[in-house]
Design a protein around this ligand. Structure first.
Ligand code: ADP
Ligand code: MG
Length: 353
């Protein structure tokens, strides 16, 4: 299976009127280059979406990745950028203007329902979701009602509550409830959700028979809304907020470190995935078995030039990470299927894992 670089796309949000200072970047959509006007440094992306890009256009860009997940390959989409740059707008959006997550869920249900109708009885599918939050280096299950239960990271996907969903509406409803559990503190909703990482995962299981063999595919789509990447040294944080900030930064600093280690390997070096919860969860998405797209969100008002520069540095680094995505298919012969009738489910599970 061929190696493939992480795909990196920049989305520039409209200038905000918080300051009348103009923009700190120039973009060339044809060469997908962004130039920082403060020092003329150029950053090459796989694609640049300018201020007026619509949610439809952004979704159109990630649609092929979602199609490969439907066909049995793990995929990850994550949004990176400073607070206010448009990560949540891009990933979740609003009720009137859906972002990637609701559109992806709808696309998956439509595609699998169509396949099921086309092939009559010979195609079954199951979709389930999990929603996790990393806050202050602790991982919480957002689907566990009001209780804030920390999940042991050792086997995160086995310990997280996985909910089977039968329609895109049901799935969105469950995820929305989960996202409301996201840590709320500070002065505004934006301030609070910018302090935690949210990781929504859909698991797709499909099954069909061909030439007396059972083909099962199990793939995952991770959709991640990261905490704001800005440095917080200029803000007037209280003690708790300082603790939060250092832990957010720990996860994001480790993310940057892991990416640098992957792209500049030294002999016998062990990649520091285990140094933060976020990189443990994203391990397969960065240098592993996944197709990954990173959306870097840019708030280009001149007053954000330093943050924009660091976001663009992150983008060019992550673009050099290579993944090897493998079809997640298990084929079982008729003879094995017959034998399995006499085995316990636990025994069967141990055979395919
Ligand atoms: P983040 O999640 O990165 O902190 P948000 O997605 O919450 O940022 O965006 C901050 C504000 O800017 C929101 O009010 C959002 O609606 C608006 N916004 C962000 N990106 C865009 C965009 N591309 N077009 C229009 N409004 C945007
Ligand atoms: Mg946000």
């Amino acid at each position: 299976m061929a190696q493939e670089n992480v795909n990196v796309v920049a989305r520039i949000r409209p200038l905000s009127n918080e300051s009348n200072d103009g923009t700190c970047i120039e973009t060339d959509p044809i060469s997908s280059t962004i130039t920082l006007t403060t020092n003329q440094k150029q950053f090459n992306m796989d694609k640049v979406f300018e201020q007026n890009a619509t949610q439809e256009e952004i979704f159109g860009y990630v649609q092929p990745l979602i199609a490969t997940v439907i066909n049995g390959i793990h995929g990850t989409i994550f949004a990176y950028g400073q607070t206010g740059s448009g990560k949540t707008h891009t990933m979740i959006g609003s009720d009137e203007n859906h972002g990637i997550i609701p559109r992806a869920i709808e696309m998956i249900f439509i595609a699998l329902n169509e396949e099921s109708e086309k092939r009559n009885d010979n195609f079954k599918f199951k979709i389930s979701c999990t929603a996790l939050q990393i806050y202050c280096e602790k991982t919480y299950d957002l689907l566990n009602g009001n209780e804030k239960i920390e999940i042991p990271i050792s086997d995160i996907f086995k310990n997280a509550k996985e909910v089977e969903v039968k329609s895109s509406d049901e799935c969105m409803e469950i995820l929305k409830c989960g996202l409301e559990q996201r840590k709320v503190s500070g002065t505004s909703m934006n301030e609070t959700s910018s302090r935690s990482h949210a990781i929504l995962t859909l698991t797709l299981k499909t099954e069909y028979f061909k030439e007396n063999k059972k083909h099962e595919r199990i793939s995952r789509l991770n959709m991640v809304d990261l905490a704001g990447s800005e440095s917080r040294k200029h803000t007037n944080n209280n003690k708790t907020q300082n603790f939060e900030a250092s832990n957010i930064n720990k996860s994001l600093l480790t993310l940057g470190k892991v990416i640098r280690e992957i792209i500049n390997p030294t002999q016998n070096q062990v990649i520091s995935y285990r140094s933060s919860k976020l990189t443990m969860i994203l391990r397969d998405s960065l240098g592993g078995n996944s197709k990954t797209t990173v959306i870097v969100n840019i708030h280009s008002n001149s007053k954000h030039a330093t943050e924009t520069s660091s976001t663009l540095d992150f983008a060019v680094n992550v673009k050099n990470v290579k993944n090897t995505a493998i079809l997640q298919e298990f084929i079982t012969s008729k003879e094995t299927l017959a034998l399995m009738q006499y085995c316990t489910p636990a025994f069967f599970h141990s055979q395919i894992c």
